[in-house]
Each structure stands twice: as structure tokens, then as C-alpha cells.
Design a protein around this ligand. Structure first.
Ligand code: ADP
Ligand code: ADP
Length: 228
């Protein structure tokens, strides 16, 4: 089984005045446990690809298959469950809820899933330790540095033990030192078995990936494997 398969995926955004072909006949297989980087200039379709894999949007044509499950054939409820159980998302802008503490932010996906308070607390402690944010649990997001906020966002993304972590420019707002800490955390999770799909236009992040896919104008124009 593959973590993710895209088969002849095309995505067209239709607006009132024009159409944009954001992805054009894209084929891609991501192995379980792989770390793949998707690179390309702004507008090349990176976010669209990630949104399709994250089941946040549907392809206009073609198949998106997540761990053997054809998403086209799933109902909205099944899709929501698949997303909640299998997929974690992190973004450039952290997207933490400002009125909640760090602990409450990390807990939230588990609340939605109906996990008991006891189990939630255990999991929060485990994740906080892993990501080095234990002493921040009582704080609010605004009291944290960007790098700390992103590590909280990673902990939240992992709360329900997803097998696939989707990262959209996770270091885009960070200085290089904080970015490195965040990337090392993502790398470590990958080494523990989480499949990582990283979208970035930062060439320096290529070294973390086993495979680099280049997009241009909605098409895959190059795939290369890293020696390391
Ligand atoms: P990237 O992430 O590489 O910058 P995107 O996937 O965001 O690329 O965008 C690919 C193309 O699709 C761009 O031309 C963009 O303007 C267009 N696009 C993205 N989202 C929408 C949308 N919701 N409606 C219309 N066009 C969109
Ligand atoms: P990115 O950082 O991936 O380049 P963008 O700035 O292209 O992000 O897009 C941010 C959001 O705006 C995305 O959710 C995308 O779907 C939407 N978007 C991008 N281009 C367009 C567009 N031409 N029309 C409508 N929505 C768009």
C-alpha cells in the first residue's frame, strides 16, 4: 500500500470570469514512511496539491487515493473521518487559536474525536515533551516565539496520531535557527514512521527529503532522489 497516490489529477478553479488550471494530469506515488518535498515557484500548484491530499478539496479529474482508499468514493462523513484519523496539517501561519492555551490548542483535535480527558492529558504531556514545549503549556500563543508556535502546531497536528503529515511552508515565517529546530522535529517524526509531504520554495530544505518533486505550471517537471 502507498501512503498517497495521485492518478491523472487535474484541478481547475472556475471563477466567474476565468478558469485556472492549477494542476494538470499529475501522477505521484508517496511511499509509507517517505519524506517528500514538493517544490516550485509561487502559483505552480503546490498548495492545491497539498489541499487535495489533505482532502480539503476534490480534484476536477483523476483519483486521490489515501492509504488505499479512493477518496472520490467516500461520503463527506467518511472523508472527514479519514482526514481526522490519517492526516495532520501544518501551515506557515501556525493557525493556533489565540484565546486558548497551548495545552488547550493541542487538546482540541482530541476533543473533536471524543477522546477522554485523561487520555488527552497523557497525550499532551507526551507530545509536549517530544517537541520541547512542556514549560509552555499554560501560555497563550501570543506569548510564544514563531518557532515555539510552530512546534505547538506540530504537536496539535500529531494529537490524533496521523500517519501522514502535510507541511505547507512550515518555516516560511521563521528565522533560520528556529526553522532548523522545526525541520529537525519534523525529520525525527519521519524517522519514527510518519509520512511527510513538505511543500516549500526554500531550496535549503531539500536536504531533509528523500525525494524532491518539482512543479511548474501545475505539472511535475522533475523528480529526484536524495543520496542521503
Ligand atoms: P502555489 O502553492 O504553488 O503558490 P497554488 O496551488 O496556490 O500554487 O495555486 C496554483 C494556481 O491556482 C495559481 O494560479 C493560483 O492563483 C490558482 N488558485 C489557487 N487557488 C485558487 C482558488 N481558490 N480560486 C482560483 N484560483 C486559485
Ligand atoms: P501560497 O502561499 O500557497 O502561494 P496563495 O497566496 O497562492 O498561497 O493562496 C492563498 C489562498 O488563496 C489559497 O487558499 C488559495 O486557494 C487562494 N487563492 C490563490 N489564488 C487565488 C485566486 N486567483 N483566486 C482565488 N483564490 C486564490
Amino acid at each position: 500500500m502507498k501512503a498517497v497516490e495521485l492518478r491523472n489529477v487535474t484541478k481547475v478553479y472556475k471563477t466567474k470570469y476565468y478558469e485556472v488550471v492549477a494542476l494538470r494530469n499529475v501522477n505521484l506515488e508517496v511511499e509509507l514512511g517517505e519524506f517528500i518535498a514538493v517544490m516550485g515557484p509561487s502559483g505552480s500548484g503546490k498548495s492545491t496539491l497539498l489541499n487535495l491530499v489533505g482532502c480539503l478539496d476534490k480534484p476536477t479529474e483523476g483519483e486521490v487515493i489515501i492509504k488505499g482508499r479512493r477518496t472520490r468514493e467516500l461520503s463527506d462523513r467518511e472523508l472527514t473521518k479519514l482526514r481526522r484519523d490519517e492526516i495532520g496539517f501544518i501551515f506557515q501561519q501556525y493557525n493556533l487559536i489565540p484565546t486558548l492555551t497551548v495545552e488547550e490548542n493541542i487538546e482540541l483535535p482530541m476533543v473533536f474525536k471524543g477522546i477522554s480527558k485523561e487520555e488527552r492529558e497523557r497525550r499532551v504531556r507526551e507530545l509536549a515533551e517530544k517537541l520541547g514545549i512542556y514549560e509552555l503549556l499554560e501560555r497563550k500563543p501570543a506569548e510564544l516565539s514563531g518557532g515555539q508556535q510552530q512546534r505547538v502546531a506540530i504537536a496539535r497536528a500529531l494529537a490524533n496520531k496521523p500517519s501522514i503529515l502535510l507541511c505547507d511552508e512550515p518555516t516560511g515565517n521563521l528565522d533560520s535557527k528556529s526553522g532548523e529546530i522545526v525541520m529537525e522535529a519534523i525529520k525525527e517524526l519521519n524517522e519514527e514512521g510518519v509520512t511527510v509531504i513538505l511543500v516549500t520554495h526554500d531550496e535549503s530544505l531539500k536536504r531533509y527529503a528523500e525525494r524532491v518533486v518539482k512543479l511548474r505550471d501545475g505539472m511535475i517537471v522533475d523528480v529526484s532522489s536524495n543520496g542521503s
